[in-house]
Design a protein. Structure first.
Length: 553
């Protein structure tokens, strides 16, 4: 009997280890494949069986049977599916269904675009989204008087694209009880008219919560719709996985993803983060439910040290050039934030915190270092979301402390248009310091911060490789010494991101045994002129071995 089991297990072993016995469902051939795997960087064929990669190389004949589908990609480039390190995914889905003020060029266009949207609505719903940017019309903040007469009975709360300030109309201010006598909440500001002292409608950072508190939550049906819209948008850009920093407070977001997964409508991989102040809730949730699977997982917490550069709320050592009476804000009580980071880490949870200003980054690196000392050695993978403005001393600390800079390169070519009015050259030089960080050995990761920037890794790679600001005023790159290679940028969007989400054995590389997530591109991203990278299109997106997007025409 024992003998029989030995020979049976030997037979099974032989079956699994003899490649010719495994056959592919599909084989993509005639491709120029960048695998991201240093041991086997280039290939021409990729064979897929169910949800996994069976083979990446040249001689695929042994994996083919009469039932295998052969797909000739005609010399196009294949890369691993893009992973986005930082999204506000459901907001993105909401935005796709809402008014878009991102590219309006004047107050008049702002007003007419909003008016057209209002006219398209058949009910009296709240109007949100917008993603306006006052820098596109010279920097004057919008005012409620611009929009009161055209928004009818709709309460309006439309945000700047970075989410750090928003404009309310008079109805919304009234519903929230905000008037001349309302005090600024800690970590926020109610912008007021210089002469009358009346609120202008613009609320910054924590002050925005005064309005958010009175906006009704979206229904489950609405959230489910936002998710499906967002997933389709992701696939059209070759994004196969996101690390989601949440849009509706984290828990409703996670519930939406779990609902979709249970209904078999989640075909994009999501790592879902919840707010750090809820770490104890996440701890018990993980104890009860584990941490999810390859399609949806959780166990990560997101916090904030400071605000943003665009809203002059990023926390610096020195004042802003154009706002000399402020050095920014700490948007969370730092005593509490430090405590949450240390406690969450001691519970084995994964911590990431937003830090933009140089002082915010130093503060956070110090707390991470302290947490490691207190809680001992562990594979914890602390992250800093944005890591945008660093002191010289901070740059090598990421690698030394094994802290992951989670960066969004498109911000660099966007902020680069106007950042010089706000920060001196000494500080600008260490802004989005991609190359300096990679040179120290840090596991730099890339993403979009969608809806702050487009959910488009090609645009992000273009930004990191060229650093050409969106106004094209820096053709050789804005602080060009921080430009990186195409291969480095691809790694930051694939393998490095897989690692930052504890998925490095499953995704981020094209290698036998890993999940079959990959993208077919219209052009060779390695040989195309860098300034033309932005024109590359995603032709096909594959997740779990299934084609989830195919470009029409
Ligand atoms: Zn964000």
């Amino acid at each position: 009997m024992k003998q029989f089991f030995y020979s049976l297990s030997f037979f099974l072993f032989a079956l699994y280890s003899y490649p010719q016995l495994q056959t592919a469902d599909q084989i993509y051939i005639n491709a120029k494949i960048w695998t991201g795997d240093n041991a086997n960087p280039w290939a021409s064929a990729i064979a897929v069986a169910k949800d996994k990669i069976l083979f990446v190389g040249k001689d695929y004949a042994g994996y083919k049977t009469g039932n295998t589908k052969i797909i000739d990609v005609k010399g196009k480039m294949i890369v691993p599916g893009f992973i986005d390190n930082h999204t506000h995914f459901l907001s993105g889905g909401y935005q796709l269904a809402s008014v878009n003020l991102r590219y309006v060029k004047s107050p008049a266009e702002f007003i007419s675009t909003l008016k057209n949207y209002v006219n398209s609505l058949s009910d009296n719903r709240w109007i949100q989204g917008g993603d306006w940017d006052h820098e596109t019309w010279g920097g004057e903040l919008p005012r409620k008087e611009w929009i009161d007469s055209i928004t009818g009975n709709h309460p309006v709360f439309i945000n700047r694209y970075d989410g750090h300030m928003a404009l309310a109309n008079s109805i919304a201010l009234k519903l929230a009880g905000i008037n001349k006598t309302t005090a600024n909440p800690a970590g926020g500001e109610i912008v007021r008219d210089e002469i009358t002292g009346e609120p202008t409608g613009v609320l910054k950072d924590e002050a925005m919560n005064l309005i958010y508190a009175v906006i009704p939550d979206p229904s489950q049906t609405e959230l489910d719709e936002y998710l499906q819209r967002a997933i389709q948008e992701a696939f059209s850009h070759g994004v196969t996985q996101v690390n989601d920093m949440s849009s509706y407070g984290g828990w409703p977001d996670l519930a939406t993803y779990r609902r979709a997964h249970a209904n078999h409508t989640l075909d994009l991989r999501i790592y879902s983060f919840v707010p750090i102040y809820t770490w104890a809730r996440l701890d018990s949730f993980v104890n009860q439910n584990g941490r999810g699977d390859d399609m949806l997982h959780w166990g990560g917490l997101k916090g904030f040290v400071d605000g943003s550069l665009g809203s002059t709320t990023a926390w610096f050592y020195k004042p802003y050039l154009d706002a000399p009476n402020t050095t920014g804000l700490q948007v969370t009580d730092t005593i509490l934030l430090r405590k949450w980071i240390i406690e969450a880490d001691s519970a084995g949870l994964h911590v990431t915190v937003h830090a933009i200003g140089d002082r915010a980054n130093d503060w956070l690196l110090n707390v991470y270092e302290e947490a490691e000392k207190l809680n001992g050695n562990r594979d914890r993978r602390f992250r800093v979301e944005h890591a945008q403005h660093l002191t010289q001393q901070a740059i090598p600390r990421f690698a030394q402390l094994h802290v992951i800079p989670s960066m969004q390169p498109y911000h660099a070519i966007d902020d680069g248009k106007w950042a010089a009015k706000r920060l001196d050259t000494a500080r600008l030089k260490r802004t989005y310091a991609f190359r300096s960080l990679l040179n120290t050995g840090a596991n730099v990761t890339f993403g979009s911060d969608w809806t702050v920037a487009p959910l488009d890794p090609i645009a992000g790679i273009y930004a990191a490789v060229t650093r050409r600001t969106l106004d094209d005023k820096n053709p050789n790159g804005w602080f060009p010494e921080e430009k990186i290679s195409v291969e480095q940028a691809l790694k930051c969007y694939t393998a490095n991101n897989a690692y930052a989400g504890f998925m490095e054995n499953k995704t981020g590389m094209l290698k036998a045994g890993m999940l079959a997530d990959f993208v077919v591109l219209s052009d060779d991203i390695f040989t195309i002129l860098p300034e033309n990278i932005r024109n590359i299109q995603v032709l096909l997106t594959v997740v779990d071995g299934k084609e989830v997007y195919r470009r029409k025409n």
